[in-house]
Each structure stands twice: as C-alpha cells, then as structure tokens.
Design a protein around this ligand. Structure first.
Ligand SMILES: Nc1ncnc2c1ncn2[C@@H]1O[C@H](COP(=O)(O)OP(=O)(O)OP(=O)(O)O)[C@@H](O)[C@H]1O
Ligand SMILES: [Mg+2]
Length: 315
C-alpha cells in the first residue's frame, strides 16, 4: 500500500499519512480476544470524536445526495462561485471531498501542484475568486485511488485541517455519492452548519435521496433544503415542458418536510460550460440558470445569517 501511495503522488504529505497506518503485523498482534475487548472498551470510552472548527472558517455547508451523477459537483461549483459573485467581499472556499472521483479541478479549471506555506499547510488554489482544494490536485489525473476507510478519513483530515483555508466566510463542501465513510467522517469531525441535498426527479433517485436525508438527520446535520436538478427539459422549438425523468420531487419533499429551494432544468449549455471549466454563473451570467444559482446563494447566506443570530441569542 505504501508503494501505491508513493507512486500515486510522490508527495511527502501522503507518505506521512501512510506512516500513521498500523502495519498488518501490528493488527494481528493485537487481535486476541482480550485485547479486542480492551480495545473496544477504550473506543467506547472515547465516545464520538470531538467536532473541532476549522481555524478561520466561519461556516461549512455540504452539498450532498445519496445518488450519483445527479449534479452535486455542478451545484457545489456554481453555488460557491455565485456566493462570491453576490458578496465579493466575502471569502468563499470549495472543498472537493470526493477523494475517489474528484471533479472540482475540471469544473473550476484548476491545475497544478499546490504549495506548502511556512506553517506546513497546503495553500488552496484560487480561481473565480474561490479558494479550492481537491484530491485531484494531489494525485495525478488518470490514477485510480484505491483506499480503504481509514485512509479516506486521513485523506479528508489532510484536505480539511492541513489546508490554509482561513480566513473564510463559508466553505462549500462537495461530497461523493452514497452514504459512506466520507459523510460520516465529515459530519463527526466538522461543525457542519447545514446540508443542501441535490436530487433528480425520478423515483429511483428520490428513494436514495431519502436515505441520504435520514443519514444526515441521524448525524444531526441540519438540512437547508432540496435542490432539484434536471427537473425537466424544454423543447427548444415549441417551448413544451417535458418531464423526462418524472415529476415526483414535490411529493417526496412534502413527505420529508423539506423545501425545494431551486429547480434546474436539463440544459445543454450548462453542461458544456461546467465541463469546460467555466461555471454557468460566469459563462452565462444572464441565463435563467445563473439567476437561479444567485437565488440559491442568497438563500444559503440568509440561512447562515439566521443561524448566527440564533446562536448569539442562545448565548
Ligand atoms: N441541469 C443540468 N443540465 C444538463 N447537464 C447537467 C445538469 N446538471 C448536471 N449536468 C451534467 O451532468 C453530469 C453529472 O453532473 P455532476 O458531476 O455535477 O454530478 P455529481 O452528482 O457530482 O456526480 P458524482 O456522483 O459522480 O459525483 C455532468 O456532466 C454535468 O455537466
Ligand atoms: Mg461529483
């Protein structure tokens, strides 16, 4: 495993990650019945990991969905950029927490190996005024990442606590599909202010979305609302609305008592923009999509503001 990691990036940071992992021999040695009992007791006594804020980061918003390919990264990228557009004086960050399939570098048009600063922290890469960090910047392009749970958690720790994020008003976190190690690790270690749940309108997607919502409820992460993506397609000739993927989102949202904050139709221009590293918010600022992302960004700012006010009241 050590060789794999070193070959993947040849970077001191990640050889250090590996040094923290127990060797197979160590695992075998401690794997007797009594040792196991003691180990379990020690882990239970520790309880859940303490949620520690990220230095200099005021708020953290997750963009998530149980389902893959529904537009989480598209939403996270456009949201982060829209937040910067409507509040240029605020510092916005974008963390790509999808360590297996990072797509933020492509969609934000960022490349290059990040530098370490004097405090040994990784400097985020800036584009469109947004500070970005992604495993895609630390591992070369076509290499597949084959990591187990513990290593994913350590990689996330590097991407969160070993990056010079501060000062930031808001860190937007793009998450991978599913309800796995990444979500658990983020929710248990970071003070998440809220999650936006992205879904498409098919029953199959909504069913998985519900699972995602349940997971966040269990992890006590507040849900800001739903973002419906690829809600419908407009005929470019006659303007007819086609519900290509069905129209079930409203019913599911009502069942979960969640607001649909925005609905984005399927749009070829939007797809072309994001896949060429020019988010619609910049490439097509007058489009309906850009307007909707600005609305979404406003909603998120308001949510953060209201939450801060509530916290001040409570103290
Ligand atoms: N409203 C839309 N109209 C047209 N294409 C879209 C729309 N939203 C997203 N796409 C396209 O769908 C594809 C998947 O989007 P994206 O990568 O954001 O999904 P994801 O949920 O992050 O996927 P994954 O689960 O693999 O991380 C991208 O190529 C993107 O350009
Ligand atoms: Mg993605």
């Amino acid at each position: 495993m050590q060789k794999v990691i070193q070959r993947l990036n040849g970077h001191l940071l990640f050889s250090r990650i590996n040094h923290n992992l127990p060797s197979i021999n160590t695992i075998r040695l401690t794997n007797t019945k009594n040792d196991l009992k003691e180990h379990r007791a020690r882990v239970m006594a520790r309880g859940l990991p303490e949620k520690k804020p990220l230095p200099g980061v005021k708020s953290i918003i997750l963009v998530a969905s149980g389902k893959g390919g529904v537009g989480k990264t598209t939403t996270a990228v456009n949201l982060a950029c829209a937040m910067k557009v409507i509040e240029p004086d605020k510092e916005i960050g974008l963390l790509d927490a999808d360590v297996f399939g990072p797509s933020v570098p492509l969609m934000m048009n960022i490349t290059g190996e990040p530098m370490l600063n004097d405090d040994n922290l990784i400097e985020p890469i800036l584009n469109y005024g947004v500070k970005c960090m992604s495993m895609g910047l630390l591992v070369s392009g076509e290499n597949a990442v084959v990591w187990r749970g513990l290593m994913v958690m350590q990689a996330l720790d590097r991407l969160t606590r070993h990056v010079a994020w501060g000062p930031l008003d808001c860190l937007v976190v793009d998450t991978p599909p599913g309800t796995g190690d990444t979500h658990l690790s983020l929710a248990q270690n970071l003070p998440i202010d809220g999650a936006l749940i992205v879904t498409t309108p098919q029953s199959a997607a909504l069913q998985v979305t519900k699972r995602g919502v349940n997971m966040f409820e269990k992890l006590k992460v507040p849900i800001i609302g739903l973002v419906e993506n690829m809600s419908h397609a407009l005929c470019t000739e006659c303007g007819t609305v086609n519900y290509v993927f069905g129209n079930e989102t409203k019913r599911t949202a009502d069942e979960m008592r969640l607001e649909i904050i925005e609905s984005f139709e399927v749009d070829q221009n939007m797809s072309e923009c994001i896949n060429s590293g020019k988010p619609a918010i910049y490439a097509l600022p007058d489009s309906i999509h850009a307007e909707k992302y600005r609305h979404l960004a406003n909603k998120v700012f308001k949510y953060i503001d209201d939450k801060e006010k509530e916290q001040v009241k409570a103290t």
